[in-house]
Ligand binder design. Structure first.
Ligand code: IPE
Ligand code: IPE
Ligand code: MG
Length: 254
């Protein structure tokens, strides 16, 4: 790992503010990729130009996370609330997974990346879902970075789903109410099997969660930047990890 990082930082390592601690890389990083529209507006471009540009950042940060040895990267790509946007913008956003995967899937496979999706499949257009499911199928056996797309994801809907499933188990007599534990809820969430994020990043200066992983982020470290997603670089990503490494995670203890 050290060699990999050395190779990656190369001769510029002296210029880095402070080297990253390779023994303390967050296992799971979740990102609220925000600010595409404002980035475009500032340049006099239509909002969709921002989404197009943001797709390049997805590639850049996926590769950066892979090089660092991050195990899970969850990217908030479309929320259950984003359907409220103008139809043309939603349609454009729904074409991005296909576009992204048609360009990048080959390289993701070469890098042993496993693609997953976390979200509600039923409302997605079939062309969007098929592209994602094909990528999931083709990378299912890969053992490297898990690239988890939160697509049509909403945390409250997710928690209600979990509560319903647990209620059914209770009603059927398979589970007693007093036996319900954290783990029961966690295993009925869309993130089942994935550890909670260690680090949450949100770009664009907004300081809110926007219905993203409310349960899973209970003890995550959070890092916010004013930088808009299309201009978020590997250096910014490293800044976030560096800051994470300075934090003391106490989980309520001392
Ligand atoms: C994030 O950028 C992408 C999605 C929410 C799909 P926005 O489209 O929210 O950009 P802003 O926040 O309006 O600038
Ligand atoms: C959150 O961003 C959703 C995604 C990044 C996919 P929004 O732009 O939708 O969030 P709000 O509306 O500003 O809270
Ligand atoms: Mg936004």
């Amino acid at each position: 790992m050290f060699q990999r990082l050395r190779a990656f930082f190369g001769k510029t390592s002296a210029l880095l503010p402070q080297a990253l601690d390779t023994d303390n890389i967050p296992q799971h990083i979740a990102i609220i990729m925000d600010g595409n529209g404002r980035w475009a507006k500032n340049r006099g471009l239509p909002r969709i130009a921002g989404h197009h540009s943001g797709m390049k950042t997805v590639k850049r940060i996926t590769m950066a996370a892979d090089r660092l040895g991050v195990k899970y990267l969850t990217l908030y790509a479309f929320s259950t609330e984003n359907w409220k946007r103008p139809k043309a913008e939603v349609e454009f956003l729904m074409k991005l997974p296909q576009q992204f995967l048609s360009i990048e899937l080959k390289e993701l496979i070469e890098n042993n990346v496993q693609v997953r999706m976390m979200g509600y499949k039923e409302d997605l257009p079939s062309h969007t879902l098929e592209a994602v499911e094909e990528a999931v199928r083709q990378t299912a056996g890969n053992t490297g970075l898990v690239l988890n797309f939160a697509l049509n994801y909403g945390s409250r809907k997710e928690m209600i789903g979990a509560v319903r499933q647990i209620s059914e188990a209770v009603q059927a007599g398979r589970l007693a109410p007093q036996d319900i534990e954290d783990s029961h809820l966690a295993e009925h969430l869309l993130s089942a099997g994935i550890p909670d994020p260690d680090l949450l990043i949100r770009t664009s200066g907004e300081l809110r969660l926007s219905n993203f992983m409310l349960w899973q982020l209970a003890y995550s470290e959070m890092w916010f930047t004013d930088v808009y997603w299309p201009e978020f670089t590997e250096e910014h990503f490293h800044d976030a990890v560096r800051e994470y490494q300075r934090r003391a995670r106490r989980y309520g203890g001392l």
